[in-house]
Design a protein around this ligand. Structure first.
Ligand code: HEM
Ligand code: MG
Length: 298
């Protein structure tokens, strides 16, 4: 099996960086920078031990096709979803740099180094720093990640393409959500639990998960088998500015993302995810994170 990019399989450390870029100039120079990122990370890990710095670099569909290296099956752009007040925009992007470590400063430093030679060739569309919050909670106060695949083997099964020329690669879904915490906090705890579908203190699934709760929308079975994704989301933001969840997940197929999104945004059965009354997606994009071998050969 080809080698997955180092960030994907381990559990997320406490700090992350998500940078979405558009290539506006010399694509070759940008690609060369992307191809050396893991060496750059390895060098930093030597200098700064115990920081568990890991990265993944992923590409939007248009940029990927421009490389003329074939196309992983069913690689599609993110499509806008929903209607009325409950919508998800598609904001695109050519390159996603996702970094995770135990140190905020190293994530920042890595992006500076990465950008320095290509600053004139790209436009940064979104640069967001995530941090683990309390005991791995979303800012709503609910534990996020309970049902995430845990073992390396389970995560590899879910996240990585198993066979063919793109084996070891992974599709990435990204949405930045801005929360309205005052509105959520006007609900009492029982009402909040009905929005999420799990208990607040300890994340136990409710006996009767409401169909329109978040878990009711995304815990989906197909032919008796639960649809799974590997989430790496973290809270981000400032108290007086935008804050919420930088949702990011990896999967061997975009199908699982699409089915979950259609269910959340009312396109499956008209029911929308009650969580979306309290948070709004401001970005949305799909990327492909090739295996280390394919990345090196681009
Ligand atoms: C579960 C929060 C967006 C997919 C959960 C849980 C929370 C949560 C608290 C329950 C604990 C857990 O199992 O992790 C949020 C928040 C979101 C968000 C705050 C946005 C603001 C999304 C999106 C997707 C998604 C966009 C996929 C398209 C899932 C899945 C589960 C889950 C697959 C596990 C369901 C299960 O198997 O029980 N989320 N989520 N979430 N979420 Fe989200
Ligand atoms: Mg479940």
């Amino acid at each position: 099996m080809a080698t997955a990019q180092p960030l994907i399989l381990p559990e997320a450390g406490p700090f992350a960086l998500y940078a979405v870029m558009k290539v506006t100039g010399d694509a070759k120079a940008v690609l060369a920078q992307c191809q050396q990122i893991h060496e750059q990370v390895a060098a930093l890990n030597e200098l700064q031990p115990h920081s568990d710095l890991r990265a993944s670099i992923a590409f939007g569909k248009d940029f990927w096709l421009s490389l003329e290296k074939g196309c992983p099956a069913q690689f599609e752009d993110f499509a806008p979803l929903g209607k009325g007040d409950i919508t998800a925009p598609a904001t695109g992007g050519d390159i996603l740099l996702h970094v995770n470590s135990s140190r905020h400063d190293l994530n920042f430093y890595l992006l500076r180094q990465f950008m320095q030679p290509i600053a004139e060739q790209i436009e940064v569309m979104d640069e967001t720093y995530g941090f683990r919050y309390l005991d791995a909670r979303d800012m709503t106060g609910f534990i996020d990640g309970t049902e995430n695949p845990k073992t390396r083997e389970a995560r590899a099964d879910v996240a990585l393409i198993q066979n063919g020329e793109f084996a070891g690669g992974s599709f990435v879904m990204l949405q930045r959500f801005v929360h309205n915490l005052p509105a959520f906090n006007r609900l009492n705890m029982q009402a909040q639990e009905k929005v999420i579908g799990r208990t607040k203190p300890d994340s136990v699934e409710l006996e009767d998960v409401p169909a329109a709760s978040h878990v009711g929308r995304v815990d989906i079975k197909e032919e008796g088998k639960g649809l799974k994704i590997v989430r790496h989301s973290l809270p981000y933001g400032t108290v007086t500015g935008d804050h919420g969840l930088l949702f990011i997940a990896y999967c061997h197929t975009q199908h699982n993302f699409n089915v979950m999104l259609e269910s959340m945004y009312g396109e499956t059965d008209g029911k929308t995810d009650q969580l979306l009354r309290f948070t709004t997606a401001v970005t949305g994009a799909y990327f492909f994170a090739p295996s280390m071998e394919v990345l090196a050969a681009l």
